[in-house]
Design a protein around this ligand. Structure first.
Ligand SMILES: Nc1nc2c(ncn2[C@@H]2O[C@H](COP(=O)(O)OP(=O)(O)O)[C@@H](O)[C@H]2O)c(=O)[nH]1
Ligand SMILES: [Mg+2]
Length: 292
């Protein structure tokens, strides 16, 4: 038998917070997209290239599909929906513990379901799968737990079944097409998502302005944290700079692990009033569809 090489794109779609980015990271066996307990963590397409012996699966993580009037959110949803026509396969995620909700209905013109199953008892799960089956929208339905790694191998083989014969789109060493500086900005933003509350996490954008190696081998990264209001800037800096110091420390530790080098992280906080409603800033901060 002649070995065929299969390749193609599979986008991961679903409402906010169902675990799309967690699934991408677990399938890739490394962190590519940042994740958090908060909805709308992912703001643009994040690609992960999974290299297998006879195949290449290009996974596309997307922002959660939801309803909102804000320019940034509308952009995010457009980004997700735009993948529908670009990919070979759409993986639609539902959360087993939450059942269907309004945003799930919004997403339901896609083809495949995967679920967050470790939070529910089996009978509940079976009922849910039955319900999906009756909707007859999907080619396959597969229960998974990204956190526990349950069902991920089956999911991978299932994806492979549906991928066409194709070329190796990306070189072996390439795991994502996102620029490194963007990923580093995301790591800093993730720490902010975890350390701040209320409207602050959503109002923040992070831009890596500069990255270079100092003569002593230390990598210097200069990044700006944008907020929408002076009050948010105050929270991000914290009392005598304590919050910014904490954000910087957590981000630096992760960046050092990733780069295998000492990192000097310089963070600045600036205000750009209502940037989430201004396409110019959304683009500038790298959240626009055609930013890469
Ligand atoms: N119990 C459970 N929680 C999960 C699972 N996958 C993701 N989560 C959690 O759900 C939250 C949202 O995950 P995230 O990947 O950021 O969701 P996204 O917005 O769809 O990308 C995070 O707190 C994850 O730890 C899972 O398989 N089981
Ligand atoms: Mg996400």
């Amino acid at each position: 038998m002649v070995d065929v090489f299969k390749s193609g794109y599979a986008s991961i779609i679903g409402r906010p917070n169902v675990g799309k980015s967690t699934l991408l990271n677990r399938l890739m066996m490394q962190k590519i997209a940042v994740t958090s307990r908060r909805p709308q963590t992912t703001r643009n397409k994040i690609t992960g290239v999974l290299h297998l012996p006879n195949a290449q699966i290009i996974l596309v993580d997307t922002p959660g599909i939801h309803q909102s009037d804000r320019t940034l959110n509308e952009m995010m949803v457009r980004t997700s929906i735009s993948t529908f026509s670009d990919v070979d396969l759409i993986l639609v995620m539902f959360s087993a513990d939450a059942g269907f909700c309004g945003d799930d209905e919004f997403v339901l013109n896609a083809m495949r379901g995967v679920k967050k199953i470790d939070l529910v008892e089996k009978p509940v799960l079976l009922t849910l799968m039955d319900e999906m089956n009756r909707k007859s929208l999907f080619e396959e339905i597969i229960p998974i737990s990204a956190l526990k790694r349950d069902g991920l191998d089956s999911l991978k083989s299932l994806i492979l079944n549906y991928l066409p014969e194709g070329p190796q789109y990306f070189p072996k060493e390439m795991v994502t097409d996102c620029p490194e500086t963007f990923l580093f900005g995301e790591i800093i933003r993730e720490k902010i998502l975890n350390l701040t509350r209320f409207e602050v996490p959503h109002s923040v954008a992070v831009v890596v302005e500069d990255m270079f190696e100092q003569e002593n081998g230390v990598i210097q990264i200069d990044a700006t944290v944008y907020a929408e209001k002076g009050s948010q800037k105050k929270i991000l800096i914290g009392e005598r700079g304590s919050m910014l110091k904490n954000i910087g420390k957590q981000a630096r530790q992760e960046l050092e692990k990733r780069l295998g080098a000492k990192v000097f992280l310089k963070l600045f906080v600036k205000v750009k009033a209502n940037w989430r409603d201004k396409s110019q800033f959304i683009k500038e901060f790298g959240y626009s569809n055609d930013s890469f």
